[in-house]
Structure formats: C-alpha cells, structure tokens
Design a protein around this ligand. Sequence first.
Ligand code: FRU
Length: 913
Amino acid sequence: MKIQLLVVLLYVAAFFSCNPEKDHATYKIGFSQCVSGDAWRRAMHQEMYRELSFYPELSLEIKDAKGDNTTQIRQIRDFLDEGIDLLIVSPNESEPITPIVEEAFQNGIPVIVIDRKISSNLYTAYVGGDNYDVGHTAGQYIRNLLKGQGRVLEIWGLQGSSPAKERHRGLLKGFQDSEIEIVTSIKGEWEKDTAKNRLKQHLQSGTIPEFDLVFGHNDVMAIGAHEICKNLDIVQKKFIGVDALPGPYGGIQAVTDGILDATFLYPTGGDIAIEIAHKILSDEQVVKENILQTAVVDSTNIRIMKQQTDKIIDQQDNITRQKQRIDVQMEIYKNQRTFLFGFGLTLFVAIISLAYVFKSLREKQEINEELKNKNDEILQQKDKVLSLSKKAEEATQQKFDFFTNISHEFRTPLTLIQAPVEDLLANKDAAPFKPDLQLIRKNTMRLLRLVNQLMDLRKIDHAKMKVKAVEQELIPFLQDILNSFDKTAQKHDITLRLLADNRNLKVWYDPMMLDKVMFNLLSNAFKFTPIHGSVIVKVTEKPLSNKVCIRVEDTGSGMSPEDTSHVFDRFYQGETYSAAGSGIGLALSKELIELHHGEICLESTLGKGTSFEVVLQMGKAHFNESEMLNGTATQYFSEENIGILEEVTPKISRDTQEEKEQTLLIIEDDQQIRQYLCQQLSAHYNILEAENFEVGIAKALDKLPDLITCDLMLKQGSGFDIIKKLKDDIRTSHIPIIVITAKSSLDERIEGIKLGVDDYISKPFSFTLLLERIKTLLANRQKLREHYLHELPIEKSKSSGISTDKKFINAFNAIIEQHLSDPQFGVNTICDEIGLSRGQLYRKVKSMLGYSVNDYINRVRMKKAKRLLAENDTPIADIAFQVGFSTSAYFSTAFKNYFGSTPSEFRDQCKNS
Ligand code: FRU
C-alpha cells in the first residue's frame, strides 16, 4: 500500500515538474499606451511582440487609453491592482500622467517610459528618440531648404506631450539666427484628421498669412496638410514631417511619392523597451536614458532608405514567419515533450509497478512456500493424530468387542444360574431355601437387565439399534406391562392404575423398545414409592398437537432439582437418586424415546413424588420406511423381562406321561445348556440331542422329530443355515423350530421368521416359558394337522409362495387322488413319486396329518366312497372299483369297519334322511 501511494505521489510530482505550463510567462508586463490607432503605434507593438518571442517568460498586456488622460490613469491603476511585474508607459500628456507613474515606481514596480516623457524622473528607464534633436535637425534642414529665409506653418502634436514640446523647441533652435519664422501654428494633436480639419478651417478663413513650408510634428499630419493644400490648389509649398515610417502610408513612401520633401526618422523603440524590461526583470543593470538616433530622409537618400526599409520589412516579415514556424515547431515540440514526459512517466510508473508486482510475487511465493511447509507440517501432525485416533479407535473397538463378548459371556452363565434356581423354587422340597433362592433369582435378573441395557446403549451409539414401529393398541399393551407389577403393588399396598380417556388408541411404536421404557419407568416408580403409595399411569391424547402422552406418576420420595436435571445422563448417580441403580435405565429410555422421535421429561418434587412423561407422535409420518414394520407386533414381542415378571407368574406344573410320545431334537453346542435342556425336557418328551450342525441335520432327517430347539450361534456355522436347510427340505419342513439365542436383535428375529422359525427364546430363558412355548407349538401342530385333514379333498391351487409343508400336502394328496382307483396303490408308489423313504414318509405323514400313510389312504378312499354313495345311484360295485377295491365284498367290510355301517345301509340312511 505504501509503495502504491509513493508511486502516485511520484506521478503527480513528475507531472507538475514537466508541465508545459512551466514555459509560460512568469513575468507580466503591463503597457499603458496613450493611443494605438495609428501606424506608428502599431509598428511599435509589432516590434514589442517580435522581441517578446525571444523571452517566453515574459507576457505583455496593452491597454489603450485612446488619447484620454483619465482613461490612461485608470488603466495604470488597474494594472497596479491586478498585479504586474513591470510597467511600460507612453503617457498621453506628461503632467496628468506623472503622479500615477511615480506611484507605481515608488511601489517598487519597475517603470519604462517610452516615446513620450513624464514630468518627473521617477522611472526606471526611458526609451525614445531625442525630440529636441529631431526638432533641431528639422529646423536646420528647413533653414537650408529655404536658404535662410521663409515662412513656416507648424502643425503641433498634442501640446501637453513631451515630443510636441521638445520638437517645437528644437525647431526654434534650428531657426535661430535666420530669417525663418513660424507664421502659423495649428493644433494637430498628432492626428491626421484633426490636423487636416483645423488647417482647412484656417486656410479657408483666409486669416492665415502666406507660408512657404509646412512642418508637421509627425508625417501623418504633414501628409494631411499636403492633401488640404492640394485640394485648395495651394501650390509650391514644401512639406516636412517626422517619423519616417516604412510601409505604404508611411513617411518614406510619402517622400518617395514627392508628397513630403523630407521626414525625420523617429524609431518607435518597442523592441528596445522589451529588451530593457527583460533585463530589469532579470535583475540586470540597465541604462536609464535610452535615446534613439534620428536621421533625415529626403530625395537625396530616399532610394537607399526605401530599399533598406523595404528590406527591413521583408526581414521582419521573415522573422515573423520564422517565428510562426518556430511557434508551430515549439507547439509540436511541446506536445512531443508532453507526450514524452507522459510516456516516460508511464514507463517509470510501469517499471515501479512491475518492480512492486515482482516484489509482491516473490513475497507471495515466499509466503506460499511458508504456508506449504506449515501445511505439510499440519498434514504430518494430522496423520499422526489420525493414526493415534485410529489406534484409540481400535483400542475402543477392542474394548467394546471385549465388552460385548463379555456381556454375551455373562448371559450364558446367568441363564445357567437362573434356570436351576427356578426349578428349585418350583420344588416343594426346597421350600426352606425359597427366600435365598428368590434373592438369587432377583439379582440374576438384575444383572441380566443391566447387561441388556448396556448392550442396548452400545447399539444406539453405533446406530445399530433401529426402531421397528408397528401400529398397535396402546392401552392393552400398557395394561400387560402394568399387570406384571400387580403382585409387587399388592405386596407393598401400592395403588397401581392405568387411566385413559380413550382405550382404543392405536399408536405406531416399537413394542420391544416401549416395553423397556415403560418397564424402567414403572420399576423406578415402584422403587421410590413407599408402602400405601400410588403409581398411576395416565394416557392422554393431545389432538391439537397430534400427540399421545403417557404419564407415570408416583407418590414416591421425589428428586432434588439437581437430580432432576441430570436424571437422563448416563451413569448418573445423584444424591437423592443414587439408589435408582446403575444410571443406565433412564438414559436408555430417553435414547429409545428419541429413536421414536418422541420426548421424555419429568417433574419431581422432593418428598411428594415424581412424574415421568413420554410423548409420542400419532400417525406414522415421523417414521421413515426403514423404521416401520408390516404385520403385528405380537410375533416380535420381547421376552427379556419375562424372567422378572415370573415373580408374579404362576408356575406351570409338569405333566410327564402323555407327552412322552413326542420327540424333541435339541441342537446346542454349549454342553452345559444342552445337558440342562435335555435333563429338563426329558421329563416331558423323548429327547434327541445334537452338539453341532451336521449331527443336528442328520438326526432331524433321520428321526423327523416333532420339534427342534436350535441355538443360533453354533461354533460351526450359523443356526440360520440349519433352519434354512430343514425348512427347505420336504422331509423336515413341517417340524416346528424354536430358536434359542443370546443374540436377540429384531433384525435377526425377522430373518428367522422369514426362514420359517416358529418361535424365539432369548438367553437367558425361563425354562417354564420354553416348556410353554414347546407345548403351544405342538398344540398348534395338532390344529394344523386338523386343518390339513379338513382341507381334503385335495386343494388344487398351486400358487407360488405357499409353504413347503403345503406343497408336500398338495403333492401327497394329488398322488393319492391320481391312484385312488388302483387297488395296488400304496406307500411304495408315493415314496417313489415324492422322493422319500418309507420311514421318512411314514413319520412326516404321521407328524403332519396324524395318520399312518396307509390309514390316510384308506381314510381318503372311505371319504370319497361315502361322498359317491350319497351323491348318486352308481352301483356299489362300481364305487368299490373307483375307490381302489377289487371286490365289493372287501369294500363293504372296509366301509363297515370305518363307518360302522355297510355301503348299502349308508345309502339307505342317506335316502331316508
Ligand atoms: C504617433 C505619434 C508619432 C509621433 C509620436 C510622438 O502616435 O504621433 O507620429 O512621432 O507619436 O509621441
């Protein structure tokens, strides 16, 4: 910036230093001219200007007083006021003009008096002819011309002007001691017309004496007199003037033309006046009186004079032309110089700018270099930080992995602690240990819950926990959860209520998540509510904001404001709230509600109680596609809290005898769990066990058990692979499978359900729950079996997407229908067509339909026969043939065995009914 400013200043300074104005005048000269209309004065001005061209520093201004003293005084005053460096004055008349000239001089302004004089010597210099000498020379010339005797008519210049006075005086001197006398004086006042008019008046008046010669104080008045005389026929007179001005109307031409007999050179002195002015202004010494020489011009020298003056005029013209040329050249030169200066200056500025740019570029380069180095340094540091953070991340990951694995590890032994404890609690012989056993179970559950919550939080942190919302009735869902606390409420005489304005409220939520949240809130409420208190859950619709609010109010001990503000912080252990536990439950609840795009908040007053409020949005617009599930929620319901709820769930008694007919296959690679399951379940079922994937598949295919329990995380492979294999195989596809797993994410459940998994049990599981599930599934099998039987005869449709079991049943029925009239038709044909061994076919059909193959074929034959008998009058022998009996007698026996009456009896019954 500083450099740029400097350049601009230089530019401005240079501009002014080379400004052509410098060549303009620096001195102003004011010239007060008495008159300027005549040729002599014009010649004076020309000379001045010619001379000025040599001094460009001088300027000249001429003011013309037009022969008026007052005007001249005023004009000189103006000059003084305007400010001039030097005054040139040609006073109109001496006396009147003298004071103002003296004033100028006394004020320090150099004064050059020209041609006419003032009456004082207070001036710097005088330039002009010696008028006395002019008069005297003229007098002597006239004396010679008139040979010492004659009469002269004198025409005066302005009588108050010094040349007129001095010329007259000199003339008289020239006439001295002769017989020449001035007979008449005319006041011509230096002007031709004035002189002519006055002379004419005199001549015409006849009052003037005879004269021989006219002497005019200047040529123009003498020429004028000549004209008058000529006009009045006054002849043989001689005419003499002063000035001897060259040019067509000047005295030299008049002598040449014989108008004047003689004239006396009277130089204007204009050039000399300028030369002297220059000297004065240059502080050079000047001569005060600069008298110009006079000379006579008459017939004797007129030729040479004329030639000389013509030559002078030529030369002067030449000079003028030269000067004009010089002026033009000067102008060109000035323009060129200006251009050159401009160009030079621009070049200079450009060079400076270039230098500056170059410098800036270098600086920039250096800065860039520096920046690059710094950047490299930063990048290196960043790499270091990245590698450190990667290491830290790896370490954290390892920690988390360890944490997850250890959590998994915790779950299995906890299951193994929990299950026998439950058995012991169910055993009457262990009654004395019940309080201890209950304590063990309670703490096992607590630990399990903690582990689960920690794992949930971790999943949320890794964005692995996704909401899977379904639309579901809210009130029954909440009521179920509340019911689990009934027993606790009764035990502590705590009033537990669910209040809702609208009991048919359908809301989109993830049941597993909301279950965890509600369980946490209710657990907290119960923890802090003393005996005889109350825990009220209020469900309120907020139609305006399209929200639903679930409020859990307790009359517990309440929290301090400090605790209230931190209660949702992870691992927060408050003063009044530290008893709440690990500080995970509420933090997790908040995260889970936020995953629902909902809100959770609380109000609490120490000593009065706490109210938690969960606000969920109505509808499903706030969930994206991946956050919603199609279908009902019940199939995804969590069993996580079942163990805890079992405190209030009546135990299911074992029934060992009837169910021993059924066989279970237990695929579990953890020996302890497998043994435990086998031991527990053997009381109810025949047990097959498999410790790995291969054995599991082999045993399933070989024995076709009635139900399979399978661990999802087998060391040799994913449990899903076994499930897929079993469900895709026509031989085993009908067998219900319960997955028992420590991994219990919803995604895995969905994947399992897609594959055809019939149920899920999370580790740690409650044996009672498992047994109930097994029973339910087996009972469902029975229902399905009935369904298949009722579906007979064969369902023709073969739509895609139907289950393998259905396909099997369809194929099985189609084969029977096709061969029904064949008396030889039996198990072998079906085995061949369906691709199963006899044993496999037997077990599958038995399992699915509850009949042996032959019994089932017979059943189909009998049912068809019954329908044919009832529908038309086809002969019985034909019907027997159509349903695969070779003889009607055998058909009758079989029909009677099956329905209790012979075919003909049955037909009669149909007809009678
Ligand atoms: C011009 C003039 C001249 C004369 C001079 C005297 O104005 O009249 O003819 O010589 O002035 O001042």
